[in-house]
Ligand binder design. Structure first.
Ligand code: SF4
Length: 225
């Protein structure tokens, strides 16, 4: 596939749920599993067409903490689960270091399909940040997850998640680690995305980024007490 092919407009599949049908599906879903099944055929924006599958949230249905990332990455798209790739490994290490059992939290993303472009050379799929319209299109799934699980706190991993919940002027660099009110119900606290640890330019920066992530996770846990 060429770059031009990769950006070609999509032809929606008539078998999926458009935005109106999606609303009805959410209303009818009686469980988190029902929501997940419905989300598998969501066609409410164009992102489904170039992704392998919907990557819905996973984790405890009685989680007090919800972790919210931006969107699935390459590995998540292939495996159908959130935070299972390299950033997921960093997240697991940080959760361990903060004394948080991942099986007791719920992990999801603002956008449930992988948005990507082809690398100029080779077959690598490069992450592309979802735009505002795509975030808005996917919002009903996040609202449904929050309503179903009822977390006491949402931890936003990175700027996209933080701005989706805390407003476009929110800056992780200035306001991380503070629990702030959201329109979804539970407050949210922002920290860096685990992929920022991977992108750090050297070992010292990587260690500092990781320590900052762990410190914010610890702050989040303390706020539940
Ligand atoms: S990104 Fe969200 S709204 Fe768009 S098709 Fe996927 S699940 Fe539906």
């Amino acid at each position: 596939m060429t770059d031009a092919d990769a950006r070609a407009p999509v032809v929606p599949d008539a078998d999926g749920l458009d935005a109106t049908e999606r609303e009805e599906a959410i209303r009818r879903a009686r469980s988190l599993a029902g929501l997940r099944r419905a989300a598998a055929s969501c066609r409410a924006c164009d992102l489904w067409a170039r992704a392998t599958q919907t990557v819905f949230g996973e984790g405890s249905e009685s989680a007090r903490l919800m972790l919210l990332g931006e969107q699935p990455g390459d590995q998540e798209d292939r495996q159908g689960a959130p935070f299972v790739g390299p950033a997921g490994r960093i997240l697991n290490e940080a959760l361990d270091a903060a004394g948080i059992d991942r099986s007791l939290v719920y992990v999801t993303n603002v956008v449930k399909h992988f948005k990507w472009r082809r690398a100029p050379r080779g077959k690598r799929r490069i992450h592309q940040r979802p735009d505002r319209a795509e975030e808005e299109a996917c919002r009903p799934w996040l609202e449904a997850e929050v309503a179903r699980i009822g977390p006491e706190l949402i931890i936003c991993l990175g700027a996209t998640a933080a701005q989706a919940l805390l407003g476009r002027s929110f800056r992780v660099t200035r306001q991380r680690g503070q629990a702030l009110p959201t329109e979804l119900g539970p407050p949210a606290l922002a920290t860096i995305h685990p992929s920022a640890v991977l992108r750090a330019p050297d070992d010292a920066a990587r260690e500092a980024a990781f320590d900052g992530l762990v410190a914010d996770l610890r702050t989040a846990v303390r706020s539940l007490d």
